[in-house]
Design a protein around this ligand. Structure first.
Ligand code: B12
Length: 275
């Protein structure tokens, strides 16, 4: 008897058939039927449809439902807070659980931003924000997908995120800090050759007598010990952590020193990098 024949003779075919019988394991759960998503999605219309459209990353549907809601007399702020933001909360939940991936985040982020534009037009002005955050990609670095996610999450959570773009000269970052006086900053670098921009920015800030409660530094090539080798900075792990870090500065007056010690608590989950 060959090795394979021997192995096959020992395998319990019934067990295999049962293990992969999806009927016994229950039907596949759609994003909308996930129990945690159900708990987040609003019950009333038009908010439910708006949030579901964001969850599915269906921009056309999101804009059309937002327009419908505004036309039927819903206030733009309610549309934003009870519809669009709830959709992003649900997206966040599925991403955290590992059911949604980066492309899902980006599609939903676009739907949320388009819906936001419609609501702000009806509002006649930009919706009130919690505070200003300056976001940039390090000088010399063209990788901006992570930074775009950071900006999207900050805006989805009510922050006025000033997006300086990618390959931002250090002096432009300093100018933006002078101009906007942000409560928090985020920097992203994906190359070992560009992440050195972070300590240079901090040095320039100090030379100019400027201080920011914390600068979240993240990106593929960046490591925690590198970020913690210079002041004013905290290592940022996931883009959706950014608004939670900003909230901790606003609400609890946390500084970069506190965040370094309490990162997992602040973002509300176990973060292995901070173990
Ligand atoms: C996509 C990509 C590109 C695209 C970028 C498109 C774009 N618009 O961004 C293009 C094709 C342009 C590109 C070009 C290059 N690339 Co490239 N690229 C990648 C790739 C495949 C994915 C990067 C990415 O987007 N990841 C996904 C995003 C979401 O991750 P992220 O930015 O890190 O963000 C996450 C976290 O870090 C966090 N985060 C980020 N910032 C912050 C901030 C805060 C506050 C917080 C809380 C969290 C946070 O949030 C996100 C997760 O939620 C990587 C390989 C890899 N697998 O990583 C190589 C990679 C980054 N590239 C690399 C290189 C070398 C280059 C080139 C120099 C190649 C070349 N020789 O031409 C060029 C750049 C040329 C130039 N102009 O200088 C190298 C870098 C090596 C290194 N360590 O230095 C990599 C690692 C590939 C490799 N293995 O060699 N690239």
């Amino acid at each position: 008897m060959s090795y394979m024949e021997e192995l096959e003779s020992k395998l319990d075919q019934d067990f295999i058939a049962v293990r992969y019988n999806v009927e016994l394991e229950g039907p596949a759960i759609t994003p909308e039927n996930d129990p945690d998503v159900q708990a987040i999605l609003p019950k009333d219309e038009p908010y439910r449809s708006i949030a579901r459209a964001v969850l599915r990353g269906d921009t056309e549907e999101a804009v059309s439902k937002v327009k419908e809601g505004l036309k039927s007399g819903e206030s733009p702020m309610d549309v934003i807070n009870n519809g669009l933001m709830k959709g992003m909360d649900a997206v966040n939940e599925l991403y955290t659980k590992g059911f949604y991936f980066l492309p899902d985040l980006m599609l939903s982020g676009d739907s949320m931003m388009e819906g936001l534009k419609e609501s702000e037009e009806a509002l006649g002005h930009k919706s009130e924000t919690k505070g200003t955050v300056v976001s940039f990609v390090a000088e010399g670095d063209p990788h901006d997908i992570g930074k775009n996610l950071v900006v999207m999450f900050l805006r989805a959570n009510g922050y006025n995120a000033i997006d300086l773009g990618r390959d931002v000269p250090n002096e432009d970052v300093i100018k933006a800090v002078k101009e906007y006086k942000p409560i928090f900053m985020t920097g992203t670098a994906l190359m070992t050759t560009t992440m050195t921009a972070f300590p240079k920015v901090v040095e320039e800030l100090e030379k100019n007598g400027l201080e920011v409660p914390a600068i979240g530094c993240g990106g593929g090539s960046v490591r925690k010990d590198f970020v913690e080798s210079f002041p004013m900075s905290v290592y940022g792990v996931e883009a959706y952590h950014a608004p939670k870090l900003a909230d901790s500065i606003l609400k609890d007056k946390k500084t970069w020193k506190d965040i370094r010690k309490e990162y997992s608590q602040i973002v509300g989950e176990f973060v292995p990098e901070y173990d």
